[in-house]
Write a new protein. Structure first.
Length: 90
């Protein structure tokens, strides 16, 4: 197994669900990437390199407090990107 940041996968897995609550936010590739990067910069990374570490980390991420923190950071990132998109609107 390679070294992997499980937090990145968790943010990506939850992004679409959180975005549904923000219909005003652009969902182009660039804005989605900015949202993920902003959220990850405010969350503690969870690196794993073994299958057992991966399982343990995923179980911890699905605890209510951890999941709430991730959703909160994604929502904050969506609000920032919605107010200040880096691309020019067509």
């Amino acid at each position: 197994m390679q070294v992997e940041n499980r937090m990145e996968r968790f943010v990506l897995d939850n992004l679409d669900g959180v975005l549904k609550g923000y219909p005003h936010c652009c969902t182009c590739t660039e804005c989605r990437r900015d949202i993920v990067i902003l959220a990850l910069n405010h969350l503690q990374p969870r690196y794993v390199s073994t299958q057992m570490g991966d399982i343990y980390t995923r179980l911890n991420l699905y605890e209510a407090q951890e999941e709430t923190e991730v959703i909160k950071e994604i929502a904050k990132a969506i609000e920032m990107v919605a107010k200040n998109p880096r691309h020019v609107k067509a």
